[in-house]
Design a protein around this ligand. Structure first.
Ligand code: MG
Length: 336
C-alpha cells in the first residue's frame, strides 16, 4: 500500500506542469538568469530584478530553415557548450519567417517552430537568456502570422524571466513612422495581452541601422520596449556609432541582437580594430549583444569551420578567425 501511495505521488509529481519544473531548473544557483532574474528597461538601460544596470553577451544561431543547414546546430548540446566554454549569457534564435524563403515558418510552421522551441527549452533548462527572433526582412507583410506566433510564444513562455521577444529582425529601407512602428504596435499589443513584462525588441529601418529614426518617434504606452541595432564592423564604422549615440541621447534603449566582425553581407575578412571600437562603445553604453553566427557555412561571419561538430564540443581548431575573436569578447564580457 505504501508503495502504491508512493507510486501515486511520484506519478502525480510527474504530471506537475513542466513549465513550472523548468522555471525551477532555470533558477539553479549561479546561472545568469538565477543571478539577475527578470529584466526590464529603465530609460536607456537594461536592468535586472534588483534594478542594477546589466548587459549580456552571447551568440546568435543561424536561420532556422534548411538554408546552409545552420539549423543542425539547434540542439541542447550546442547551447550547453556555448554556456560552459564561451560563457555565453544569452542565445538568439533567428526563426526564419521571411515570405521569400520557401521553407520558412510561413510555409512550414511545424518544423521551424519545433527547432526554435528545442533551443528555447534548452535555455530555460540551463538558465540562459534567450531571444525569440522573427527573422524576416518583410515582417509588415505577415503581421497576422507574427501576431499568431508571438501570442503562442507569450502563452507558452511569457512567465519565464529568460525570454526576450524580437518581433522584426531587419526591416529593409522602409519608413519607421508609416511601416515599422504600426506593425510593432500591433504585435506588441498582442504580446502584452498575455505577457505584461518581458522585454520586446523592435527592428529599425535599413537592416536595423536607423535607430535614430525610431528615437525620434518612439513607441509609447508600453513598458520594457527596446530597439534593435545591428553592426558589421568591417562595413559599419563611426557613422553608425554616431547614429546609435544619437538614439541613446534621445532616450531609447538599444540591444545589438546581431553583430559581426566582417562585412555586412556576412563575407569578407575580420576587421579587428573596428570590432574593438564597437566593443568599447557597447561596454560604455551597457549594450547587450549576440554574435552572428553559430554555423559552419563557408563565409567570414561563421564562427565555425566546416569540420565542426554540430553538437558542440569544439576545440579552438574548430573556430574560424571571426569565431575566435567573438569567443574572446563573449567570455570576458562579464569577467566570469
Ligand atoms: Mg512575463
Amino acid at each position: 500500500m505504501r508503495t502504491f501511495i508512493l507510486c501515486i505521488l511520484i506519478l502525480s509529481g510527474c504530471k506537475t506542469n513542466t513549465a513550472d519544473t523548468r522555471q525551477a531548473v532555470s533558477l539553479i544557483e549561479d546561472s545568469i538568469v538565477h543571478l539577475n532574474g527578470a529584466l526590464s528597461i529603465n530609460g536607456t538601460n537594461m536592468v535586472n530584478s534588483r534594478g542594477e544596470v546589466v548587459s549580456f553577451a552571447g551568440n546568435s544561431l543561424f536561420w532556422s530553415n534548411d538554408y546552409y543547414r545552420g539549423n543542425m546546430f539547434y540542439n541542447k548540446k550546442v547551447v550547453r557548450h556555448l554556456k560552459d566554454e564561451w560563457h555565453a549569457d544569452i542565445i538568439r534564435i533567428p526563426m526564419t519567417a521571411d515570405p521569400d524563403i520557401h521553407d520558412s515558418y510561413l510555409f512550414d510552421k511545424k518544423t521551424n517552430q519545433r527547432k526554435l522551441e528545442t533551443v528555447v527549452d534548452a535555455c530555460l533548462d540551463l538558465g540562459l537568456y534567450v531571444i525569440i527572433d522573427w527573422h524576416s526582412h518583410k515582417a509588415e507583410n505577415n503581421e497576422t502570422e507574427a501576431i499568431v506566433f508571438f501570442t503562442e510564444m507569450a502563452k507558452k513562455y511569457g512567465k519565464h524571466p529568460n525570454i526576450i521577444y524580437e518581433i522584426y529582425n531587419e526591416p529593409l529601407v522602409v519608413s519607421w513612422d508609416d511601416v515599422i512602428k504600426p506593425y510593432a504596435e500591433n504585435v506588441i499589443a498582442a504580446i502584452r495581452k498575455i505577457d505584461p513584462d518581458n522585454i520586446i525588441v523592435v527592428g529599425t529601418p535599413h537592416w536595423s541601422q536607423d535607430v535614430d529614426d525610431a528615437s525620434n518617434n518612439p513607441i509609447k504606452g508600453y513598458k520594457n520596449i527596446a530597439y534593435t541595432l545591428h553592426f558589421y564592423a568591417a562595413s559599419h564604422k563611426e557613422w553608425l556609432m554616431n547614429k546609435a549615440q544619437k538614439a541613446i541621447d534621445n532616450g531609447i534603449a538599444l540591444i545589438v541582437t546581431e553583430w559581426g566582425s566582417v562585412d555586412a553581407d556576412g563575407g569578407g575578412k575580420v576587421d579587428a580594430a573596428s570590432t574593438e571600437n564597437w566593443m568599447d562603445f557597447m561596454k560604455k553604453n551597457n549594450l547587450t549583444h549576440c554574435n552572428w553566427s553559430i554555423n559552419h557555412k563557408d563565409e567570414g561571419a561563421s564562427a565555425l569551420k566546416p569540420t565542426a561538430n554540430t553538437r558542440g564540443n569544439w576545440s579552438d581548431e574548430d573556430l574560424t578567425v571571426s569565431g575566435k575573436l567573438a569567443k574572446g569578447f563573449i567570455e570576458k564580457w562579464n569577467q566570469k
